[in-house]
Design a protein around this ligand. Sequence first.
Ligand code: ATP
Ligand code: MG
Length: 280
Amino acid sequence: MEHIHLETKDLTYTYPYGTKDLKKVNIQIKKGEKIAIMGPNGAGKSTLFSHFNGLTEPTSGHVEIDGEKIIFERDELLKVRQKVGIVFQDPNDQLFAPTVKEDVAFGPMNLGLDYEEVEKRITESLEMVGMSGFEEKTPHHLSGGQQKRVAIAGIIAMRPDIMILDEPTAGLDPEGVDKVLDILNNLNEDGISIVISSHDIEMVNQFADKIFVLYNGEIIAQGDKHQIFSDKELLKKAHLKAPVTTEILYKLKENGLNVDTEKLSIEETVEEILKVKKIN
Ligand SMILES: Nc1ncnc2c1ncn2[C@@H]1O[C@H](COP(=O)(O)OP(=O)(O)OP(=O)(O)O)[C@@H](O)[C@H]1O
Ligand SMILES: [Mg+2]
């Protein structure tokens, strides 16, 4: 049987005095998957993520990690937070210590690890994100992209089974985006399930195995990249656009070329274009 890592069951959340911000959200994330949650501003992505490690308690419904319901008691929540690591949308919400090193040390120290192990994890995780040498710097004096990488290092140092990253590439330069994707792919190869939110369709096209579309607090679609990217109405509703490769293949098809519109990467798209013939 497939191992379900994280599951929400009829998860509903209403901000105090607010409208319903999450409405009966049911999603399943299997071990080793790379998931993207997409949806317009205000759809509820960050609110949903804050439920994944028990930072927010649902108004109704619940979240299960490895088949166990999150219980809102101190010891239980510590266990959940060891399994599920969250990198927030804004590094300022995450980084608070006077130095990078202390920031990354905070999580492992809270796990009660000894000094040597904490040191080892700091070195390893800063190396993974390419931030070795920044140990004594003040997080708030780093650039946005560097802060993001330190925030990721802080979570890696906890060695979670599932990593949740809210807009991990927003505001990064193209090389920064590739670096973060490399980090996430490396973690995934080590067996860590990865869940990201993003509006960046080209990045999601490169990265994700599966996409959930959240709109107005509801999951309105889920599927593989092709299922989502080929649904024009869905994309429009969710304020998204298909990747440029998909747009090109559909345009070629409209113009009478017998191309397979399911190709997604640039390489596959070029190959497809080179081998097609006119239908008529
Ligand atoms: N602390 C809060 N109190 C009340 N309402 C809130 C709070 N935080 C968010 N909301 C509301 O909840 C809804 C979902 O917000 P959320 O931040 O989860 O959206 P999002 O999908 O992450 O958007 P974005 O793409 O802009 O990051 C919005 O309508 C927002 O105004
Ligand atoms: Mg958000």
